[in-house]
Design a binder for this molecule. Structure first.
Ligand code: BES
Ligand code: ZN
Length: 643
């Protein structure tokens, strides 16, 4: 049984300015502390850990951040549910960790030394850590430190921050990077609660995707400031998240706020000011928000993703702060994961579409409710065109379907828009067959009945059959469901976004291309949204006279666009046309920004012809050190000589 408990977690301490700032973000949450059913953990190709005899239920972290050595070091304690009294070993995931010492214990008993062995590293999954478990033991404590190149961490020099004065650290655990900063069972089929103590340099602030407990300079330990956190809801390892930097907090409502460098908080709070409305909207559709607070951490521009749905604290790129709220569907997306993903979690990365397809569906529903159907249709149309392009770049056939084969591969190598947009189209199709009301109730039931659990595609299909398909036999055939899962294209019976979402933009574009006046175009375009601009630029011919591009650029200052998405499609158009006037600005953009979605297509386009490849290599040489380890790998892979 799940029980509602109210835990008071913010302690009152002597008042200091920083304390108040932090205390605003600290909360007393009615935490729903779930007790996961002891169901078998599904087989996951992306873990080296064993999950049959021991299943982690709680984690205790105590880590010190050393910015000069670029390491986190300390201890991780795992408390297991021991399911086999005779088991003598547990295997954990690690990657590039230096293991200092391993101990074991039984219940609250004393720690005893135990033996361990670290296997040789595999490129895809890291090294298995084998730990001998004495009879009855159900806890381990590992003393370790991370490597400066840990794939799940990015250590930033002060020059890479907005303030330029302090260094910065952030983690990114999804999909299988948690093991590069914590030894654990790194599979989304295992959920645990956690407590963490983080020691930072005195002038910096630590935040985690958890409840902040004790704060303030009052709690210091030698040269460090100490922060403690508690995560009362059981989460999978990929949702553990930490950031340390010169951070300030600004509330937006009584349960939402912004964490960012001091110079960024105001702009971010203005941009994301609709967050509370988004939560209310989503709660109406899919049930209560169950995580207490919802804050957003705005990271420096090297953050390799748009956003990451870390529970209670979405991590976000600053590249969506456009000044006009035009890119805030990102918040709708990450917030939606609080239901699809964080509450009901893909049991393995093979089932990733259960996270992202559902979330993309929810995202567009939130956008529709808040910004209207036309806006949602435009975003859906952009999504479908991105899907087609994404499929073209995928070399492994299975990756073009909803169910990629991840055997022996890092799930990051299979990452694409397919689970997002094909997954969403599947749900839109179901919605069209059963009606919106029935489909909304169905989704809500899915979230409620699987809350704080992990689910496989097969479990979803069984639930779909009983709770939706059987209500109207014959409305959807088995063959159609199979096609959604296994086809490498969009099924012919899909319900696509209305084709006239951009009709007016296309008309204006065609008139101008046929020789219409710039004034006429400018008049029409003055009313365009960011999405209309994206479509306009992205649908321009890939062969145009330089003079025409220059005219557009003069009129609409596209090369210097402050909107990261518009600049992105413009640079792609520039590359296609070898319009070199845009290159210096593009180079600055590719050095400043590390968000893969914005830079990878540019590198790919450049790499397609010899002079472009030379430019791409030149830019990468300057940008590389500033990129996140994941972005470095992706770009290096694109630029490596083809054999
Ligand atoms: N969970 C993803 C990011 C992710 C996926 C990180 C897989 C690592 C592995 C997040 O919710 C996401 O999808 N972010 C998108 C933005 C969104 C608006 C589509 C991104 O980063 O571009
Ligand atoms: Zn997502």
């Amino acid at each position: 049984m799940k029980s509602l408990t109210t835990r008071r977690v913010c302690t009152t301490r002597p008042a200091l300015l920083l304390f108040f700032m932090l205390a605003a973000a600290c909360s007393r949450t009615p935490a729903e502390t779930p007790s996961p059913r002891p169901i078998a953990v599904p087989k996951d190709a992306s873990t080296l850990a064993t999950v049959d005899a021991f299943v982690a239920r709680h984690l205790v972290l105590d880590l010190t951040a050393d910015f000069s050595a670029r390491t986190l070091s300390g201890t991780a304690e795992l408390r297991f549910d021991r399911r086999d009294p005779n088991a003598t070993e547990v295997v954990l995931d690690t990657r590039d960790l230096k293991i200092e010492k391993v101990e074991a214990a039984t219940g609250a008993g004393a720690w005893m030394a135990t033996t361990h062995r670290l296997d040789a590293a595999t490129p895809a999954f890291g090294s298995a850590l084998h730990i001998a478990m004495p009879a009855g033991a159900d806890r381990v404590r590992v003393a370790y430190s991370t490597s400066p190149g840990a794939r799940g961490l990015q250590w930033l020099a002060p020059s890479q921050t907005a303030g330029k004065e302090h260094p910065f650290l952030f983690s990114q655990a999804q999909a299988i990077q948690a093991r590069s900063f914590i030894p654990l069972q790194d599979t989304p089929g295992v959920r645990m609660t956690y407590d963490a103590t983080i020691r930072t340099p005195k002038e910096l602030v630590a935040v985690m995707a958890a409840e902040m407990e004790d704060v303030g300079p009052a709690l210091s330990d030698g040269p460090h400031r100490v922060f403690t956190f508690k995560m009362p809801q059981a989460i999978p390892s990929y949702l553990i998240a930490l950031a340390i930097g010169d951070l300030a907090f600004k509330p937006m409502s009584n349960r939402t706020g912004i964490w960012a460098e001091p110079s960024m908080v105001d702009a971010a709070a203005r941009e994301f000011d609709d967050t509370e409305k988004m939560i209310v909207t989503t709660e109406k559709l899919y049930g209560p928000y169950r995580w207490g607070r919802y804050d957003i951490l705005v990271l420096p521009p090297s953050f390799p993703f748009g956003g990451m749905e870390n529970p209670r604290l979405t991590f976000a790129t600053p590249t969506v702060i456009a000044g006009d709220k035009s890119l805030v569907s990102l918040v709708a997306h990450e917030l939606a994961h609080s239901w699809s993903g964080n509450l009901v979690t893909n049991a393995t990365w093979h089932d990733f579409w259960l996270n992202e397809g559902f979330t993309t569906y929810l995202e567009r529903r939130i956008v529709e409710a808040l910004y209207g159907k036309h806006m949602a249709d435009m975003q859906a149309a952009i999504g479908v065109s991105d899907l087609a392009e994404s499929r073209k770049t995928l070399e492994v056939a299975g990756d073009r379907t909803l169910l990629p084969d991840l055997t022996g591969r890092d799930p990051d190598d299979a990452f694409s828009n397919v689970p997002y947009e094909q997954g969403r189209l599947f749900l839109v199709f179901l919605e069209s067959k059963f009606g919106r009301d029935a489909f909304d109730s169905f989704l809500r039931k899915w979230f409620d009945e699987h809350a704080f659990e992990s689910a496989t595609t097969d479990e979803f299909l069984a639930f779909l059959e009983t709770n939706l398909l059987d209500t109207r036999p014959g409305a959807v055939t088995d063959a159609q469901i199979q096609e959604w899962l296994h086809t490498e294209g969009i099924p012919g019976f899909a319900v696509l976004p209305t084709s006239d979402a951009f009709a007016k933009v296309e008309q204006a574009r065609d008139e101008w291309l046929k020789g219409g006046s710039m004034d006429a175009l400018a008049k029409t375009a003055s009313a365009w949204s960011t999405q209309e601009w994206i479509h306009f630029v992205d649908s321009m011919p890939r062969k145009m006279e330089a003079s025409r591009l220059a005219a557009l650029d003069r009129q609409f200052t596209l090369t210097e666009s402050m909107n990261s998405e518009i600049a992105h499609v413009w640079y792609r158009l520039a590359i296609a046309n070898r319009y070199a006037a845009a290159y210096p600005a593009m180079e600055r953009y590719m050095i400043r920004i590390g968000r893969r979605k914005l830079i990878v297509p540019l590198y790919r386009d450049l790499a397609a012809y010899p002079e472009g490849l030379a430019l791409a290599n030149k830019i990468f040489a300057k940008a590389r050190d500033g990129y996140h380890p994941l972005a470095q790998t992706t770009v290096a892979d694109i630029l490596k000589p083809k054999t």
